[in-house]
Design a protein around this ligand. Sequence first.
Ligand code: AMP
Ligand code: ZN
Length: 473
Amino acid sequence: MEHKFQFYNTLTRRMETVIPHEEGKIAMYTCGPTVYHYAHIGNLRSYIMEDVLEKSLRYIGYDVKRVMNITDVGHLSSDADTGEDKMLKGAKREHKTVMEIAKFYTDAFFLDCEKLNIKRPDVVEPATNCIPDFIHMIEVLLEKGYAYTAGGNVYFDTAKLNDYFVFSSQSEKELLVGVRDDVEEDANKKNKNDFVLWFTRSKFEDQALKWDSPWGVGYPGWHIECSCISIRHLGEYMDIHCGGVDNIFPHHTNEIAQSESYLGHKWCGYWFHVNHLNDKSGKMSKSGGDFLTVSLLQEKGYDPMVYRMFCLQSHYRKPLEFSYDVMDNMKAAYTKLKKKIAELKKEGQTNPEVFARYKDKFMDAVSNDLNTSMAITILYDLLKEDCSDMTKWELICDFDRVLSLGLTAQEEKQQDRDVDEETKSYILAKIQERASAKKQKDFAKADAIRDELQEKGILIKDTREGVVWEMKK
Ligand code: AMP
Ligand code: ZN
């Protein structure tokens, strides 16, 4: 690899150069959404920055395989294994079944991702698809003595580990603050931090989804799904695991406990955490009732690209405060930037020296702890550079592979000219078919059409100007 990629590894608490398990390849896992409601723009900040991380790694030459789970069972209202299953809460709220809720909000999530130019991970796996994997891992953990049954449930025994708090030197007491808002101690637990792997004696008689298991009919805990899904698709060694900072404890801590006890060796070397988007009153949450969505921003006149740019202008490790004033400034800046780019005359020669110099600077910025605001500054510097418009245009097309700010819409038109008429009319018919599926809220069909095109090397994107397509490079 010509370029090294370094970022702040939460596990070692220092900046580190990524050395993947297999040379040239990165196995990457992202904790997916809990699909009981729309994603708020805070959740989407995490997914935007993880998208930039994936694209930066690809940009510098890594072959990335990225897996994401969909949490459609087992995530309770409190991270301390108490409270109601969030999915059930969503179903009750909308008088629908849990699976209807899961499908609706999974589709809604990917629609938001499309609007924000967030690439769909290579593998997307709902937790409810993997129940036998969870049961198998829990069986092994019991066999190895890392788990116990009590009161009908199966628990992970944290006392069996030498170092349970792998992420932090903070005291146990400190870590538990904030996690246990609505604490209801579970008398079955041997140790306070033990967590549920499999519930049978849920206090919710009406838990909708239940499966047979060696421990009785029940459902899995939240943490086990990410351990199993990542190992199923990425194998025993993972390179980079991502999530928002709230996932560090207990979710990621528990994932490590389970996976390493199951595998018998170290599992994931690098942990990437995105700090929160806050509003003036504090952290955004889905359960809080009122929350900001991409659709709401669109209704208020903000292109989703403006929100993406807002996120890229700040560093992913810093908390970010949302305000409409800043969004207004960002909207003006984005419009101006697009205009400047549109005015470039796509003529003349590309200057190879300038091209290489700027590409290098850009690579340095993104591969230095994902310095996206620096990457955007380089883009502005380029626009002022004394070089041909063609050089600028080609570099901007190149940078936008990572930034994905929709700066290259006209490039797609160029591609449009390069494709034969038959293929073009096939693509347009498929786009049409997808639009009517979406209108009828048949998002599964719409997704299937997009996937079918993708398989043929055709990528489609929803933009304010309509659906655009491009051939995969
Ligand atoms: P959830 O759907 O609640 O499982 O969360 C999905 C992702 O969003 C997780 O990676 C969370 O860590 C992340 N997240 C939750 N709240 C915020 C926030 N306010 N800002 C940024 N990321 C968040
Ligand atoms: Zn997870």
